[in-house]
Design a binder for this molecule. Structure first.
Ligand code: AMP
Length: 171
């Protein structure tokens, strides 16, 4: 499926090779295969909720949560969640931002899976981990992505803190 990911150079800023998943997901068979393959490794794991990162993560996470019969919890950019939130600041491969979660989002969810489209430096996924750590007694069962950019070091950072990674392809 790797050939269906479009690469756009110098987007959104000079020097970035942007991996565009829209060209993969716009084909129904490929979308189904992406969801099936992202779901498969977690079939026999106890998961209470999937936490996903705005906005491209949501595309896969809702479908995976439906298949695994788990709850879905959004991690969002500032000023998007209407209720009281916890927040963390973090840096991206390009730029920096904040991530928020509703304070009451994980009330009875212990075993958590993180889903996003792409793992680069790991800053985004680590921000998700920092947000989860604001709640007591949570267990991160793993993190799943379509794309891994191993040279940017995110995989190593997550594995170093004991988080199991699953990805479908590497660039
Ligand atoms: P990072 O925090 O560096 O691991 O970056 C991962 C997040 O930024 C994901 O949510 C991606 O959607 C986005 N991202 C970072 N680098 C790229 C890239 N080269 N192509 C597409 N999306 C990217």
């Amino acid at each position: 499926m790797k050939e269906f990911v479009r690469t756009i150079s110098d987007y959104p800023v000079k020097g970035i090779q942007f991996r565009d998943i829209t060209t993969l997901l716009q084909n129904s068979k490929h979308f189904e295969k992406v969801i099936d393959e992202m779901t498969e490794p977690w079939q026999n794991t106890t998961i209470d909720a999937i936490l996903s990162i705005e906005s491209r993560g949501f595309i896969m996470a809702g479908a995976i949560a439906y298949k695994l019969k788990t709850a879905f919890v959004p991690l969002r950019k500032p000023d998007k969640l209407p209720g009281p939130t916890f927040k963390v600041s973090y840096t991206l491969e390009y730029g920096s931002t904040e991530m928020h979660i509703h304070k009451d989002a994980l009330y009875d969810h212990k075993n958590l899976l993180i889903i996003d489209d792409l793992l680069a430096t790991g800053g985004t996924a680590l921000a998700a981990v920092d947000l989860i750590n604001k709640f007591p007694n949570k267990n991160i069962v793993g993190a799943g992505f379509i794309i891994n950019l191993p040279e940017l070091g995110g995989q190593k950072k997550l594995e170093n803190i004991g988080i199991k990674i699953h990805t479908l392809m590497e660039f």
